[in-house]
Ligand binder design. Sequence first.
Ligand code: GAF
Length: 383
Amino acid sequence: MDAELLSSEFMQRFERNPLIVRAPGRVNLIGEHTDYNLGFVMPGAINRAIYFAIAANQREEVRLVAYDEQQDTLTVPLSSIVTSDKHWANYLLGIIDLFQKRGARIKGFDCVFGGDIPLGAGLSSSAALCCGLAFALNHIFDCGLDRLTLAKIGQEAEHSYAGVRTGLMDQFASLFGQSGQVIRLDCRSLDYSYVPFDTHSCHIVLCNSGVKHSLASSEYNTRRQECEQGVKILQQYFSGIGSLRDVTLAQLEAHADELGLIVYKRCRYVVEENQRVEAAAQALNEGDLLAVGQLMYASHAGLRDEYEVSCRELDVLVEAARPLVGVYGARMMGGGFGGCTINLVAPEHVAAFEKAMREAYQREVHLPLETYHTVLVDGVSLV
Ligand code: GAF
């Protein structure tokens, strides 16, 4: 799938030239499930994207074509945007609806979209879908919204149209990514800085478990609730706690019984993960990849044992990577219950790494393994 293909498909169907927008997926080096707890994350935009061929149509309706879904189409009047039984359409309809609710003057448009972000692999194809369309509408109809507002609209679409109460990390990464850098984002203040990621000494390789367990969305919302529950209990004892970001391990220990084992473990993971992100940003700045890698392994252990969002397939992948020569670190990435692991691998060992991982996965899980060599790129842009 590339932009030219979409463009010619658009011209054939709608007989005029479209605007082309590229919206990338993301990786996250470390800082998982910390975004909605107003903590720290370290994502970056990657060289896999959803592309949009799009143009206004002088009608009062929207015509959407999902190129990768056998060119499935949907036409909806702008005056009645409601959820559809076509799963792919709902994110887009959510964006249109939210633009209208904000009073942004959008008109009818045609759009053909498609891309190469594997679905359900934890690489934020849904955030790319939302942010790409939001960016395109903002551009075409001159709505004057900044990137942060577009990210928040994308997040709101996930909440109201997909029913998952996500944080802002994925949308932020898709819109604010920069070539060769990861973003160190403070999800409370939304202050951010870029940390250079040196691809001469290390490559980012993703291993796609190929599984997506059905409980992913419901468990995601449950984790969020458990964290909120922990905050509520601790707020009775400590002033100045707005989120888990403000909580210390000592405070958690002091009220462990009242929190109960599950909530205590969830909160403990988040508090520790925030500390790991801070440590990883410093290690990365100092070029200490071994330290970054150790923090990644610790992050995985926390996600597996305390936050309990890993699964056997992801654990197998992390354990298979650990002893291989040239691997600095590995961990599951994203919401969990399937999707990809992220691995930091010395460039000269990448080919052997990929081969060994494919063999191990076949042997232990009896499934083929796809690996993606990713590069950090700029966020959503016109092509
Ligand atoms: C998903 C969510 F969309 C993000 O907001 C984030 O919480 C992530 O899971 C876990 O870190 O990708």
